[in-house]
Ligand binder design. Structure first.
Ligand code: NIG
Ligand code: FE
Length: 423
């Protein structure tokens, strides 16, 4: 069959192996490798790939693209972000660097609550424009699918504004965005003595979110001084009844039991896990709930890193995400997240690729179309200014992405071209 596009002269191609399930244990440290390879694309999907020049898929109208002997991977999947928010919090940065704890800043009405005020005040255009810039940056680092949460509204109108803006961006921007309603991200001060009323308002808003198809998942911040396990159970069970997938921010600062709850309810992912204990690890290892770890957040908060080697050895399925947000992880640079995973979490290059593609796709229930390069999958892939994937991890804090294809269309072209000969 004639392809719409053939990318040839790929020096080395790394893709996760297809198994239909999240990768764990030995399979997590394996990838499929092709050398001197091609990818043929038809109707935005992969038609074929393998070693050789793909000549037999070329016809009169086939567009050709030369990968110049460089590295190709699937488009990266950033499966935990707070991409739609307004403003920034650099004024808190100094405080944080002087050692004022993250939860103390929140308690004083700063932190998440400060971003809530900025997001409430922003009009839709301003919110759209700021978030679009972030998506452009993410794409420039090779991210072709992201998960995006609300949670900087904490009132129905602003939460819905965030999700509607995100839906518009999903339609307008090459990056695909999977929506999550995080109505219970923090308790507004006005509800200090009436927590149940706030939680009920979050549940009410779920119906609008569902009706307008604004999100596929519901998430909650289960943390000491934020929402406890019982409150998290209430929100997640109500979400489940309404047909949402489930996510939880858990074990970031204290292990309360949110991870065990996520596994019990069949959540798609439990995220953060910096202080996960044996009971949480045990629950994860027996479930398909993905442990979504966020090393940029540990880096920025100068806190602990999730014990990933222990989790991997115990058979937990792991994903990596940037957690891009204005407080604990103010950077869209997903490649830097991967650098930190290598340096501070001691993950191997193969584990990192699997965690940032196929396992991340599982954590947003999109593993049937993204995260792997294989016939029938979306033609989302990245060509790097590098000759192999370990080089991208080793040469840290640099954007090595050259070209990005999204659904078979070239959306980033010849970026970061450098004169030097790369290995
Ligand atoms: O995932 N931990 C909770 N929420 C975000 C941070 C939000 C913020 O500080 O603005 C996170 O780290
Ligand atoms: Fe988060």
């Amino acid at each position: 069959m004639q392809a719409d596009l053939v990318v040839s002269n790929i020096g080395i191609l790394w893709t996760p192996k297809e198994s239909g399930k999240p990768l764990r244990l030995k399979a997590f440290d394996e990838v499929e490798e092709y050398r001197n390879a091609f990818i043929a694309v038809k109707d935005g999907k992969i038609l074929a790939l393998g070693e050789g020049d793909g000549e037999r898929y070329m016809g009169e109208h086939t567009q050709k693209h030369d990968a110049e002997g460089k590295l190709v991977t699937p488009g990266l999947v950033d499966s935990h972000t707070h991409v739609v928010h307004y403003g920034s919090r650099e004024y808190e940065f100094e405080k944080k660097m002087r050692g004022v704890p993250y939860l103390k800043i929140l308690e004083e009405g700063g932190g998440i609550l400060a971003s809530v005020r900025m997001t409430q005040e922003a009009n839709e255009e301003a919110l759209y424009n700021q978030s679009k810039i972030s998506l452009d940056r993410m794409l420039s680092y090779g991210v072709t699918t992201v998960e995006g949460k609300s949670g900087y509204g904490l009132d129905a109108d602003t939460e819905l504004k965030q999700l509607r803006v995100q839906k518009r961006l999903n339609e307008d921007h090459p990056v695909d965005i999977v929506g999550t309603y995080l109505g219970a991200h923090a308790l507004p001060k006005a509800y200090k003595n009436n927590r149940k009323a706030f939680l009920d308002s979050v549940v009410d808003t779920m119906d609008v979110v569902k009706k307008e198809k604004l999100a596929e998942f519901v998430d909650i911040f289960c943390e000491k001084g934020v929402f406890n396990v019982e409150e998290s159970r209430y929100i997640l069970e109500e979400a489940k009844k309404r047909g949402f997938g489930l996510k939880i921010h858990a074990d970031e600062i204290e292990a309360l039991g949110g991870v065990e709850l996520a596994c019990e309810l069949g959540a798609a992912s439990a995220d953060h896990l910096m202080v996960v204990n044996d009971s949480g690890i045990d629950a994860l290892s027996k479930s398909d709930t993905i442990a979504n770890v966020l090393p940029s957040t540990s880096f920025n908060l100068q806190s602990e890193y999730a014990p990933v080697r222990k989790m991997i050895n115990r058979g937990v399925a792991l994903a990596l995400s940037s957690d891009y947000n204005p407080g604990s992880s103010p950077s869209e640079n997903f490649l830097f997240t991967l650098n930190i995973a290598a340096i501070h979490m001691k993950m191997s290059p193969r584990e990192i690729l699997n965690a940032a593609t196929i396992n991340a796709a599982h954590s947003i229930q999109k593993a049937d179309r993204v995260g792997i390069l294989k016939e029938g999958y979306n033609a989302d892939f990245v060509i790097y200014e590098a000759g192999n994937f370990p080089y991208v991890l080793y040469h840290f804090a640099i954007n090595h992405v050259k070209d990005v294809f999204k659904n078979g269309t070239l959306v980033v072209s010849n970026q970061n071209k450098v004169w030097e000969e790369k290995p």
